[in-house]
Design a protein around this ligand. Structure first.
Ligand code: DAH
Length: 338
């Protein structure tokens, strides 16, 4: 038995010498010292050892067990140190490599145009205000002098939420909401999202508009022309040529659409301006007395002008973009150009 024990010790040490991986070390521990291990097996047979030999046998068994455990622990420690060193070696940092560029977001082109327009009008003394996108029929149509049978109310154009609740089709209702709250004089600019049932290369169901309104005593069409001309030259350049074209909007009288000479062809006629040499930029006019009446303004005392423009359209012309849908596809290759 004692011989057997000594042989077992030698075998174990030999195996330990050859072991390299964590698994192999664990396996050796289990093989000799585990519950069903070889050394444990021999210890169970202590009954067969003669009484004389028992003390020596027990001592040897303990020594072997302790030395095996110590050897395995030491080997495991060495193994861990080695692995640490290896990891350090593998992970070494090459400080001369170029760094990882941190990707930086950009402001969406439509929002850039909005910011630019807002800051121009802020410099003219306009306050920036906002109104709800879910709007009452009253503000979107009725109060703006758009009668029940006006084409703008056609189910084709308007998203109805309930009979008298719509997704606003323009930012003009903000005019009314503000005038209900504030007495003249006032100058406001209201950017925001608007919704129409429309979708093609130049229409999306949601797009952005900016509404402007100025009310005071003695405001006339010349003031409207002056401010819009100054504004459009700031956006499209000093040499921009404007044209005011008579038009109709229910909430302004007289009304005008403002065109600029085509920024693409300089007026010669091209695909962008439909060969006309002019680009429609915004709608405008003197506030209709019927609108003033709805907000209890005295139209004998006060007059004002209003205008509305589409932000995507301005951004398309400014950046030469031919499909409005690009603004909403979120293709990073498109967006990172601005
Ligand atoms: N609300 C008009 C539209 O969406 C644009 C507009 C035209 C606004 C003339 C105005 C205005 O304030 O005076 O087509």
């Amino acid at each position: 038995m004692i011989n057997e024990l000594q042989q077992l010790g030698k075998d174990a040490l030999a195996e330990l010498k050859d072991a390299k991986t964590l698994d192999q070390f664990q396996n050796i521990r289990t093989k000799y010292l585990g519950r069903k291990g070889l050394l444990t097996g021999i210890l169970r047979n202590i009954a067969k050892v003669s009484d004389d030999e028992k003390p020596l046998f027990g001592k040897l068994c303990n020594e072997l067990k302790n030395s095996l455990n110590a050897n395995i622990d030491e080997a495991l420690q060495k193994h861990a140190d080695l692995k640490n060193q290896q990891d350090l070696f593998n992970d070494k940092i090459d400080v001369t490599l170029p760094g990882n560029a941190i990707k930086c977001g950009r402001i969406h082109p439509v929002i850039q145009v909005r910011q630019e327009i807002c800051s121009i009008f802020a410099s003219y003394g306009f306050s920036i205000v906002e109104g709800p996108e879910i709007e009452l029929d009253y503000y979107n149509f009725e109060a703006l002098n758009i009668p029940q049978d006006h084409p703008a109310r056609d189910m084709q154009d308007t998203f109805y939420i309930e009979d008298n609740v719509v997704l606003r089709t323009h930012t003009s209702p903000v005019q009314v909401r503000i005038m209900e709250k504030i007495q003249p004089p006032l100058r406001i600019l209201s950017p925001g999202k608007v919704y129409r049932r429309d979708s093609d290369v130049s229409h999306t169901p949601m797009f952005h508009q900016i509404e402007g309104l100025l009310v005071d005593q003695g405001v006339n069409f010349g003031d409207l022309k002056g401010i819009l001309a100054s504004f459009l030259k700031k956006i499209f350049g000093e040499s921009t040529v404007l044209r005011f074209r008579p038009s109709f909007f229910p909430f302004t009288e007289p009304s005008a659409e403002v065109d600029i000479r085509c920024v693409m062809c300089g007026g010669k006629g091209c695909r962008v301006c439909g060969q006309s040499g002019w680009l429609e930029i915004l709608g405008s006019g003197m506030v209709d007395p019927a609108v003033f009446k709805n907000v209890n303004y005295d139209s004998e005392k006060y007059s004002g002008f209003a205008f509305g423009l589409g932000l995507e359209r301005i951004a398309m012309l400014k950046y030469g973009i031919s499909d409005i849908r690009l603004f909403f596809e979120n293709d990073i290759r498109f967006l990172k150009q601005f």
